[in-house]
Design a protein around this ligand. Structure first.
Ligand SMILES: [Zn+2]
Length: 238
């Protein structure tokens, strides 16, 4: 499927301007107040369920649109680190939907070195740690296994279509060290074409890891609840 131009809701430029002008405001809607207002926090609980082409479930906190998308972009691209706990709270909630009981280990998708440099660290690994901590605080046996590594260079996916993204990440990940025991969940910040998530799941299963599903902040191409995944909307083979 060709990459669709990203939706630019009217609150996007407002939120970006607010970052510069106001000391305390919502990362999602720019209202003065906490890093994420109750309304935008609710948007992050909307849920967005899809699946990889092989049927592996993908649970997102919300569709990649509106305030949920704005909060994620603020954290990723505008250094609104104080909103990270809001994302972790939403992720921990969705983790409970994806794997309701028993021990669970979160496996962050590896990020490119350039992304880590640009964002002052590994956002996905940080979200994994925060989410596992929240789950533990709620009584879960939860942890993080950084057992997925990049075995070759990949380029920024932003300008690639679905086929380009698949080719970009094909064979790019591999299990590092021993396979964790018990249920593992792949964690990413946004699932767009599912190419990256599918490659992460493939690499883990090839190493003998039991993958229960994929957890992400937002999912592109779904409109909440359970919807037709983005990859199914394109022509066959794309
Ligand atoms: Zn808000």
């Amino acid at each position: 499927m060709p990459t669709r131009p990203p939706a630019r809701p009217p609150l996007a430029p407002l939120a970006a301007a607010a970052d510069l002008l106001w000391p305390g405001h919502c990362a999602g809607c720019a209202r003065p107040g906490p890093p994420c207002c109750p309304s935008c926090a609710r948007a992050l609980r909307r849920g967005a369920v899809t699946a990889l082409p092989d049927g592996t479930p993908v649970h997102g906190c919300a569709p990649h649109e509106g305030p949920a998308r704005q909060v994620l972009l603020a954290v990723k691209e505008r250094d609104r680190a104080e909103a990270r706990p809001v994302l972790a709270r939403a992720l921990a909630h969705r983790l409970g939907e994806l794997v309701p009981a028993g021990p669970v280990r979160l496996v962050p998708v590896p990020t490119r070195r350039a992304s880590r440099r640009a964002r002052g660290g590994d956002l996905v690994a940080d979200l994994a740690a925060r989410t596992a901590a929240r789950a533990r605080a709620a009584g879960r046996d939860a942890g993080v296994e950084r057992c997925l590594g990049l075995v070759r260079a990949v380029r920024d996916q932003t300008d690639l279509d679905a086929a380009g993204r698949r080719a970009n990440v094909h064979g790019a990940f591999a299990l590092r060290g021993r396979a964790p025991t018990g249920a593992c969940v792949v964690l990413d910040d946004v699932v767009t074409t599912t190419a990256t998530a599918a490659e992460a799941v493939r690499a883990l299963r090839a190493g003998g890891v039991r993958v229960a599903g994929v957890l992400t902040v937002t999912v592109a191409g779904v409109d909440g609840g359970t919807a037709r995944p983005a990859w199914a909307a394109g022509p066959p083979g794309v």
